[in-house]
Design a protein around this ligand. Structure first.
Ligand SMILES: Cc1cc2nc3c(=O)[nH]c(=O)nc-3n(C[C@H](O)[C@H](O)[C@H](O)COP(=O)(O)OP(=O)(O)OC[C@H]3O[C@@H](n4cnc5c(N)ncnc54)[C@H](O)[C@@H]3O)c2cc1C
Length: 324
């Protein structure tokens, strides 16, 4: 970013025309489900699409790095925080509309709320998402999925704002969806609106199914401690990352405030005061132990972002910043 003081001045300037809310030095621990992460130089919630496009153009002109976060449920933010602008789509991007079997919603919508809305209307296809604490934009970027369903099955199109502040529409087949993957992981683009296609189902049966899955989650997941869901991707084939970690004897293993959950080995919980450094050290230890005992190299599902001591991660193609 060049001269740091100059960059901070530039950043204050880009807020002059900005109509949304913004905070300086905002602790990212307030915006991640792990409750971990140092301050973002600027945390900005645009007022609408034009405001968002203007902000991105302002960042581009001044060479200020930016990135988007959703509900922070798949993020590990460095203890040093994030240099540049962190964009969050709040309530201004939470409109939703049902038209027959088509659901159109803003990128800032809570995914679980959309799942409930669809089920209440007797629509099938999104109920898998009832227990996923994501934003719609983050769920599309990650191709979130559970219980046999995933975003790729229902997303027909996604409107994104690109690095030049232009809006463009990707059709579902252009999204490069794969297991917990979409093209957005290698692009600087923000999902602002999504068109989904669902189908009519049996409303009562859908309600029952949803409640069963929520009960199962409450029993099998350590939801009483801050966490980020599954930390590692399941390896190809029918192997489960959680089972491999369990077999490697890592359940309950802790570094600082971070611990491999006793209840679900693929979860790392913040037992209180965990730092990003604790979690990263634990991730590395688990990977090494699983490799040594099972011969399998686990890849992380969580996105590691931020300023890890001189090196700034999270900009450009995030793939290169994924651990493992
Ligand atoms: C208790 C718990 C249970 C979970 N269960 C599941 C599960 O069953 N299945 C599953 O798949 N995941 C699960 N997760 C993980 C997580 O919810 C998903 O990965 C989700 O898709 C992340 O969405 P988010 O809005 O929180 O995105 P964030 O974590 O904020 O960001 C994740 C990535 O998406 C990008 N992103 C965010 N918003 C946008 C946007 N508007 N446009 C473009 N890119 C964007 C970010 O830049 C980042 O690269 C779980 C997490 C928790 C804490």
């Amino acid at each position: 970013m060049g001269n740091r003081q100059g960059a901070l001045t530039d950043m204050t300037q880009i807020t002059r025309d900005f109509r949304g809310q913004w905070m300086q030095k905002e602790p990212m621990s307030r915006h991640t489900t792990w409750k971990i992460g140092g301050p973002a130089d600027l945390f900005a919630m645009p007022a609408d699409e034009a405001d968002l496009a203007g902000l991105i153009r302002g960042c581009r002109e001044r060479e200020i790095p930016w990135m988007v976060v959703g509900s922070g449920s798949n993020l590990l933010v460095a203890d040093n925080g994030i240099r540049g602008v962190v964009i969050h789509l709040g309530r201004a991007f939470s409109d939703r509309r049902l038209d027959d079997c088509r659901l159109t919603a803003g990128g800032g919508c809570a995914l679980s709320g959309l799942a409930r809305l669809a089920v209440k209307a007797g629509l099938q296809g999104l109920e898998f998402a009832c227990g996923i604490p994501a934003s719609l934009g983050g769920a599309v970027a990650m191709n979130a999925g559970a219980h046999g369903g995933s975003m790729e099955n229902i997303v027909r199109w996604a409107d994104v704002i690109d690095d030049e502040g232009r809006i463009r529409r990707y059709q579902g087949e252009e999204m490069d969806f794969a297991y917990r993957h979409s093209r957005l992981q290698g692009e600087k683009a923000i999902v602002v609106r999504v068109g989904m296609e669902l189908r009519w189902g049996d409303q009562e049966a859908l309600e029952r199914w949803m409640e069963e899955k929520l009960t199962l989650r409450r029993k099998s997941q350590p939801l009483d401690f801050p966490n980020a869901g599954s930390v590692f991707l399941n390896p190809p084939g029918s192997l489960s990352a959680g089972r491999l970690i369990d077999e490697a004897g890592m359940k309950g293993f802790a570094i600082g405030g971070a611990q491999v959950s006793e209840r679900h080995a693929n979860f790392i919980v913040n037992r209180g005061g965990a730092t990003a450094a604790d979690v990263l050290a634990l991730i590395d230890t688990v990977r090494a132990r699983v490799l040594a005992t099972c011969g399998i190299e686990l890849k992380s599902e969580v996105r590691v972002i931020g300023d890890s001591g001189g090196q700034v991660d999270g900009w450009g193609t995030e793939d290169s910043h994924q651990r493992g």
